[in-house]
Design a protein around this ligand. Structure first.
Ligand SMILES: NC(=O)c1ccc[n+]([C@@H]2O[C@H](COP(=O)([O-])OP(=O)(O)OC[C@H]3O[C@@H](n4cnc5c(N)ncnc54)[C@H](OP(=O)(O)O)[C@@H]3O)[C@@H](O)[C@H]2O)c1
Length: 305
């Protein structure tokens, strides 16, 4: 067992772990808040250090560098934006970090199958893919789902993390399978949202006001829960949600990559083009629901997060 002065268990007797999180964006902060709130000891690192201040006040130890873990960290949870940032931080010079040798490495970011295979090759039986299905708010309240793929020994070592973070969908021993399942999930969500955003634009063009449109979507059998979660955002002029269009375009690109060489996927490609367009038009730092603004520029900096 690692040398630690932190309590070994919480009041209910659940084992507490010494964990690190790399990346404190919308999702990384939610993970950190949940794990801290449940009593785990937490070390955090973020490229932009100012984003660590609030967590430091809540008891997290802020690292100067991803190599600064020290002894006794049982797992490193990675929550960076995309393939490039995960490769930079988790595979510097193409190899696993020696400072992380004693920890299980858990990638929660949505990245490609190829990067996931490289992570698995570098960290071996200490690597688990655990992409997240759900919003940061669901993570904070313990209502998100994680699709986990990795060796049974590593997944079992993380049992207190899964207990804290809620439901786990087990994809088996292959981390790549977990990522593929996550990308299929997001392909459905994001292509569906692109359709509903156009439903709103068509309704508006036909003279239906937003209150009526919103009620119609609320009561529609064509709106699954994942899209209902976005309904208010579609009508919010600030689109102050939790998942940006560049991330959506990235996920659709990764999903399309899975089908390379098997023919075009015109609907998914069109949805990706719509997310790319609204991001280029200036809505890239707000929520994906800004798709209802397609073809319009933001009115000013007040719409930016
Ligand atoms: N938000 C959601 O609802 C949601 C849901 C499920 C899955 N996810 C996935 O979770 C991951 C994180 O999403 P998010 O919403 O937290 O994204 P985000 O808010 O955009 O945060 C991105 C994080 O990556 C860091 N980063 C970006 N480029 C970097 C680089 N080159 N080197 C080091 N750090 C870098 C950022 O650091 P800085 O602070 O320095 O910019 C920040 O910590 C993504 O893969 C996303 O697809 C998100």
């Amino acid at each position: 067992m690692p040398d630690r002065s932190f309590p070994e268990t919480d009041q209910e007797g659940e084992r507490l772990m010494r964990l690190a999180i790399m990346g404190l964006g919308n999702m990384g902060r939610a993970l950190a808040e949940r794990l801290l709130g449940q009593g785990h000891e937490l070390l955090v690192w973020n490229r932009t250090r100012s984003r660590t201040a609030e967590l430091a006040e809540r008891g997290a130890v802020v690292l100067d560098s991803p190599d600064g873990l020290g002894a006794g960290v049982e797992a490193v949870l990675v929550c960076l934006a995309d393939d490039a940032s995960v490769a930079d931080v988790v595979l510097p010079d193409g190899n696993g970090r020696t400072a992380w040798t004693d920890a299980v490495v858990v990638n929660t970011a949505t990245v490609s199958a190829e990067t996931t295979a490289r992570l698995a090759a570098s960290y071996g039986d200490r690597f688990v893919a655990a992409p997240i299905v759900g919003a940061p708010q669901a993570v904070r309240t313990g209502a998100a789902r994680f699709i986990t793929g990795g060796p049974a020994s590593a997944c079992q070592a993380l049992a207190p993390v899964w207990t804290c973070l809620t439901e786990r969908i087990e994809a088996g021993a292959d981390p790549v399978r977990a990522v593929v399942m996550k990308l299929l999930n997001n392909q459905m969500l994001l292509a569906g949202l692109a359709v509903v955003a156009e439903t709103v634009r068509i309704g508006r063009a036909a003279g239906i006001d937003d209150t009526v449109l919103s009620s119609m979507l609320r009561d529609s059998a064509q709106m699954p829960p994942g899209l209902q979660n976005r309904r208010d955002g579609l009508f919010d002029p600030e689109h102050s949600g939790w998942f940006t269009s560049p991330l959506a375009a990235k996920d659709l690109s990764l999903a399309l990559e899975l089908a390379t060489g098997t023919g075009t996927m015109p609907l998914t490609e069109a949805a990706r083009a719509a997310y790319q367009r609204v991001a280029e038009d200036g809505w890239g730092e707000v929520d994906v629901t800004a798709l209802t603004e397609y073809g319009r520029q933001p009115p000013g900096p007040s719409t930016r997060r």
